[in-house]
Design a protein around this ligand. Structure first.
Ligand code: UDX
Length: 429
């Protein structure tokens, strides 16, 4: 099939590359000329394991190409995916300006039937609004359908998740749209759930908010564990062995970040409120999440007494491993607090340094974890990159000024850390 994908951010790039890989002809469009030029040279503008290989296969097969010309992309494809950004506004609402602008461009380019698929995470009823605006702009003269196809891939595993989804959700309003969407996803072996537009839109917010709730739940349990001498890791194991609960997303730590959970929880609260329902549960989810930063800082202050003039080494800046993404990373507010309190901060992250420099200019970027720890009064781990779990703790201790380990992701074995001579504090253990 001939497809186009408007917006070559995380979602758009993975979508276009993977859909070309399964045999479709795909045009990726973006108004950012630099980005398109990089992509034409075969270079991925983001760090995502496996993506460059899929992009290279797409270029070699000539099934994947990139353009800055959205009009051309619309004209030359049967199905158009909208994957532009929907950042959070101050209010928590998603900013759908970019989606609305793309809908206008599509309307101006329509000459005959097209299926327009919203894949960006958007408030419920956005599909309806896209449909109504295009209908108004084209004065009802051109047939088209709007579908909703939410994205469930995780950053860092996006290619793998896209190719092997748990399920595909399709919100449609006509049989023609359903048929086309089933054709797009024919190469994939997984259940396909077909719903109306609003249901598909809600599935996305309800799923992400639920996962965020699981994390905040275990973090709240971790806070109780600390007070009563229980170990949250074992609590999570015991809970997770109940098939109804499951072990996934029960890792306590400094909380969730990234481009989805904080934004989607806030947006879902707003969506519910606009519809007349106060989703207090989700407000608490967000509150608990932000509180985890204070928990970590309290552990640090307990160990160091004061933070002014102390040197703190931070290991891991990205909001989770296997990504260079710094959006809503807990490391940012934590490091800003450390700097405000007068600490000198030395940091190391295997891949996020380039993005981190833009948001955290005041810190010293180091070549490796031992370099970051040199002369430090404490090492604070914020992202569970696997290499941190394999560090030589004795060597780490020897380069530090005070042997203090604050483990924001429960990566190290507390006994091993203490045996290596550290004052150790994890989250909820
Ligand atoms: C998430 C959803 O998983 C995905 O389905 C959706 O499409 C986009 O949002 P992503 O943001 O890439 O994906 O990351 P994910 O792996 O889900 O982790 C989100 C955050 O939660 C990270 O900051 C992670 O560190 C944190 N987390 C996750 C925990 O703190 N504890 C856990 O047990 C799991």
């Amino acid at each position: 099939m001939k497809l186009s994908v408007i917006g070559t951010g995380y979602v758009g790039l993975v979508t276009s590359a993977c859909l070309a890989d399964v045999g479709h002809e795909v045009i990726g469009a973006d108004r950012d000329a630099d980005r398109i030029e990089r992509l034409r040279q075969g270079r991925s503008p983001i760090f995502e394991p496996g993506l460059e290989e899929v992009l290279a296969r797409g270029a070699a097969s000539k099934r994947l190409r990139f353009t800055t010309d959205t009009v051309e992309a619309v004209r030359e494809s049967d199905v158009i995916f909208i994957t532009v950004g929907t950042p959070s506004l101050e209010s928590g609402n998603a900013d759908v300006t970019a989606v609305a602008a793309v809908a206008e461009t599509i309307a101006a380019s329509l000459t005959d039937y097209r299926l327009i698929v919203e894949k960006s995470t958007v408030p419920v009823r956005t599909g309806e609004r896209i449909r109504d605006q295009i209908h108004l702009l084209t004065r009802g003269a051109v047939p088209f359908d709007v579908a909703c196809n939410p994205e469930f891939t995780r950053e860092g595993a996006a290619v793998q998740d896209f190719m092997h989804p748990d399920r595909i959700v399709i919100g449609v309003e006509s049989e023609r749209a359903e048929r086309l969407m089933r054709d797009v996803y024919r190469p994939f072996d997984c259940p396909i759930l077909v719903t109306n537009l609003a249901t598909a839109e809600l599935i996305k917010h309800a799923s992400n908010a639920f996962l965020a709730m699981k994390i905040s739940y275990i973090n709240a349990v971790a806070n109780v564990c600390e007070r009563v001498g229980a170990d949250v890791g074992l609590v999570a194991q015991g809970m997770g062995q109940d098939a109804r609960i499951g072990r996934a997303f029960l890792n306590a730590g400094v909380g969730y970040g990234g481009s989805c959970f904080p934004k989607d929880v806030a947006a879902f609260v707003q969506i519910a409120s606009a519809a007349g329902y106060e989703f207090g549960l989700l407000k608490e989810v967000a509150r608990i999440n932000e509180g985890q930063r204070d928990v970590l800082l309290r552990h640090l202050t307990e160990a160091l007494w004061v933070l002014a003039n102390r040197t703190i080494a931070v290991l891991g800046l990205a909001y989770k491993p296997d990504t260079d993404d710094m959006r809503d990373a807990p490391s940012v507010p934590i490091i800003e607090r450390l700097c405000r309190d007068g600490a000198a901060v030395r940091v190391y992250d295997p891949v996020a340094e380039r993005n981190a420099r833009r948001v955290l200019p005041e810190v010293t970027y180091c070549a490796d974890p031992y370099d970051a720890a040199r002369g430090a009064d404490a090492v604070v781990l914020l992202t569970e990159w696997p290499e941190f779990g394999r560090l030589d703790l004795t060597r780490l201790r020897d380069v530090m000024r005070r042997p203090v380990l604050i483990d924001g992701r429960n990566v190290w074995d507390p006994e091993a850390a203490r045996a290596a001579g550290f004052h150790y504090a994890g989250m909820g253990r």
